[in-house]
Design a protein around this ligand. Structure first.
Ligand SMILES: [Zn+2]
Length: 96
């Protein structure tokens, strides 16, 4: 391994002083927001059984309904218009 001496390069601030010529060019070119490949990373929330319960004080409440067929312990997935059981496939539509 070859060791390289630490390069202490002083980074000069980009010279973007509002020069008259530069502002003219900027005014002509339409301002575009190019954000290609810059995808916002979704913060993944770790899921687990603990997500199905909410503890308030010393009381536990369930955040999702349980499956009617499978009984308690089988939580149903919360979709935008329905609840489904991943165990038996039971689907219950949300009433509006
Ligand atoms: Zn079920």
């Amino acid at each position: 391994m070859s060791k390289k001496p630490p390069v202490a390069k002083k980074e000069e601030p980009p010279a973007t002083a509002p020069a008259p010529a530069a502002t003219e060019a900027a005014a002509q070119a339409p301002v575009k927001k190019v954000e290609k490949g810059k995808r916002e990373k979704k913060h993944k929330v770790e899921k687990g059984v603990h997500a199905m319960y909410k503890v308030e004080g010393d009381k536990v409440s369930r955040a999702r309904p349980t499956c009617e067929r499978c009984g308690p312990g089988y939580f149903m997935a919360d979709h935008h218009d329905r609840y489904t059981c991943g165990h038996c496939g039971f689907t219950r539509y949300k009433q509006k």
